[in-house]
Design a protein. Structure first.
Length: 96
């Protein structure tokens, strides 16, 4: 899905923030669309999005993609935890 999103954004000028675009991409690559939509609209996913946006504000990230480097600050642990949460939220098996 990440590859499909990147190709849609960079090669086709499609907006990956648009739910319709994400759903179409999920369909295009053969994901279980009903499960994808339910997960995308879930409280867990929305909470994760809000957490990511808050972390971006705290780290002064204003553009994407962004590279964040750290030398042992407390934010490193939180960033790592958010990465793990992102993977657990977005790497669910959507294949039929």
């Amino acid at each position: 899905m990440i590859l499909a999103i990147q190709q849609a954004y960079y090669l086709q000028a499609r907006n990956p923030s648009d739910e319709k675009v994400l759903i179409q991409l999920a369909m295009d690559i053969g994901l279980n669309t009903k499960k994808f939509i339910n997960d995308l609209r879930s409280d867990k996913c929305q909470s994760q999005l809000e957490s990511e946006l808050q972390l971006c504000r705290e780290l002064y990230v204003s553009s994407f993609p962004a590279l964040v480097l750290s030398q042992g600050s407390a934010d490193t642990a939180r960033f790592s935890a958010n990465c793990q949460l992102f993977l657990s939220c977005h790497c669910t098996n959507y294949m039929s």
